[in-house]
Design a protein around this ligand. Sequence first.
Ligand code: 5GP
Length: 194
Amino acid sequence: MSQSLILVVSAPSGAGKTTLCRRLLEETELVFSVSHTTRPPRPGEVHGQDYYFVDRKTFEDLIARGGFLEWAEVHGHLYGTSKAEIERLQAQGRDILLDIDVQGASQVRSRLGSEAVFVFILPPSLEELERRLRARGTEKEEVLQRRLTRAREELAFAPWFDYVVVNDRLEEALEDLLAIIRAERKRPFRRSYA
Ligand code: 5GP
């Protein structure tokens, strides 16, 4: 049996990662790893589909029990990938998509090494990033400023990733991601020759 591919996608917020990930899930057999979060749901978000929405106590108990593959505090809320979620998807023999922040990505790399592939999505520019965040209109000015500051810091992490994809035109960025997945599936350690 071939080993499942774990694709870890990170980006400064507003780089268009959510849309790209959604398209990727439509175009491939990849399955989404649903994270736990203490952030309240946004309109339209579904428990168990977008996130497992839990309170801080539940999240902290899971940390204490060693239940997370990785977790991080992002914009004042806790986010994490549970080991149970990854094991459940791996048991199905599925390739897995993780949409997590750079702190989480670095924890995944130290735990899983080359089992996972790390892709960083970049916006074409910081100005474009700000424009996209404002167009999304889901955040108050203060929250938006916090996200922009963090985005500037996060840009510095780009060289750490295996691949960097600039999301100028969505279709091209999607093509890039599909090419990365195709190539990574051809790595010898992900194939069986029996
Ligand atoms: P949002 O609140 O906009 O859905 O996500 C905010 C940030 O948290 C995004 O950068 C997203 O990738 C990140 N995030 C979502 N789930 C996880 C997770 O399980 N672990 C970590 N480390 N970050 C996550």
